[in-house]
Design a protein around this ligand. Sequence first.
Ligand SMILES: [Zn+2]
Ligand SMILES: [Zn+2]
Length: 275
Amino acid sequence: MKVRFYGVRGSIATSGPETVRYGGNTSCVLVEAGDQKLIFDAGTGIQRLGTELGPTDVDAHLFLSHLHWDHIQGFPFFTPAFVPGNQLSVYRVALSDSDVGIRQALADQMQPPNFPVPLDIMGADLRFWDVPEHDRIRLPHVEVIPLAVDHPNGCVAYRVQRGQKAVVYATDLEHHEGEINGGLVELCRGADVLIYDAMYTPEEYAGEVGMSRKGWGHSTFDAGAAIAEKAGVKTLCLFHHDPGHDDVFLDGLGDRARRRFADTVVAREGLTLSL
Ligand SMILES: [Zn+2]
Ligand SMILES: [Zn+2]
C-alpha cells in the first residue's frame, strides 16, 4: 500500500510563506491499496488530488471521518465527480438517528447562496453509503474497519487492511488524560502507519500556553505516541496541524515527538509512505 498526503491542516486552510513546506490544505489522504484508490476526507487538499487523478477514468472510494468543514469543503471542487463515466463511492458512518444522511449533508453545502451549482449536476456515477456503526466495508482484497471516536458531533477513525499491511486514519479525536482508549489501541494493533490528530502540544492542550483546549475534540503527539507504543504501531504520523503552527514550529514538534516515539513523521503535503 501507499499513503500520500494532499491536505494535512486542521480547521481552516492556511496558505502563506510560513506554511509552505508542510502545506496549508485541510485534510485529504490517498491510500492506494493495489488497484484500489481510497481517499480519506475531502478537505481542500482533495482539489489537487482530483486534478492528478482526472479528469477521466477515475474509480475511487471516498471515506469521510465526519462532516466538519475542514473535511468536506473540497468535495464540490473534486472535478472527477463532475465527469460522466467516473465512479465515486462515498462512505460515512452514521452515528445518530437524527442524521440527514451523507448525500443530503454534502448536497446541503452546495445549496444556494453558498455554492453556484447543486450536487445533482455532478455527472459521475456517485454512490453514497451510510454505513452502520459497527459494519466493516469490504472491497476486493481490502477491508476498512471504522471506529467511533470522541469529537464534537462525532467522528470515525478507519483502519485499512490489505493482507498483512494496515494503515489507520485517526483524526479529530480527543484523548482522555491518564487513560488509554482500548478500542483505539485494538484498531491500531500492529498497524504499519498510524495517522493521528496531533493538533496541540501537551502544553496547549492543558492550557499552560493560551487557553485550555480540553473538550475541543483534538489530541497531542504524546497521546498518539502512547497509542502507537501500546498497539505496536511501526510509524506514527502527526496530522491535522493547527493553523497557528508554522513550518518552524512543526519541525520542532517532530523533534519532540521523535524523542517520545522514535519512528515519528510529521505529515506534509506530497509526503508518500510505502508499506
Ligand atoms: Zn478537523
Ligand atoms: Zn472536526
